[in-house]
Design a binder for this molecule. Structure first.
Ligand code: HEC
Length: 119
């Protein structure tokens, strides 16, 4: 999906939906959270569901991550990464488009522990 990023030339308005959440997660978060002995914990459904709601997880990510430079990402990347995590870890039942969920939507552990975190 690299072409999506490449397609946005300088000066072009970039719609938020054009950020690829999986790609953004991989380059922004994966080197701490998705590697053996990384300094961040593996982001399993159970870990993420402790943030209770879509809005709760969103606030935490924007406030605390990436760990070394909190709040440093463009807003569209936080949105895309949040949506990617919700979808890949199956945190919402029949959620439809994960970008359209109201902040009050509850996060649940639907998948088994290993789903979405296996490589
Ligand atoms: C430089 C390494 C690093 C990067 C990059 C990073 N994190 Fe973290 N992350 C950590 C560490 C360390 C903790 C534990 C923080 C604490 O307990 O204060 C953490 C905690 C978390 C937690 C809470 C886990 C729990 O057990 O409650 C989540 C969720 C999370 N990170 C998501 C992300 C996301 C999403 C990104 C990308 C936007 C990201 N992190 C980028 C190191 C990192």
């Amino acid at each position: 999906m690299l072409w999506l990023l490449a397609a946005c030339g300088p000066g072009e308005e970039t719609a938020e939906t054009e950020v690829d959440g999986e790609y953004a997660y991989t380059i922004r978060c994966g080197y701490c959270h998705d590697v053996p002995n990384g300094i961040g914990a593996e982001l399993t459904p159970r870990v993420l569901a402790t943030y209770s709601t879509v809005g709760g997880l969103d606030r935490y990510l924007r406030f605390a991550m990436p760990h070394e430079t909190p709040g440093s990402l463009p807003s569209a990347e936080y949105d895309a990464i949040l949506a990617y995590l919700i979808e890949s870890r199956e945190l919402v039942e029949d959620g439809g488009d994960p970008r359209e969920l109201p902040p009050s939507t509850e996060l649940r552990v639907i998948a088994t522990e290993s789903r979405g975190t296996e490589r």
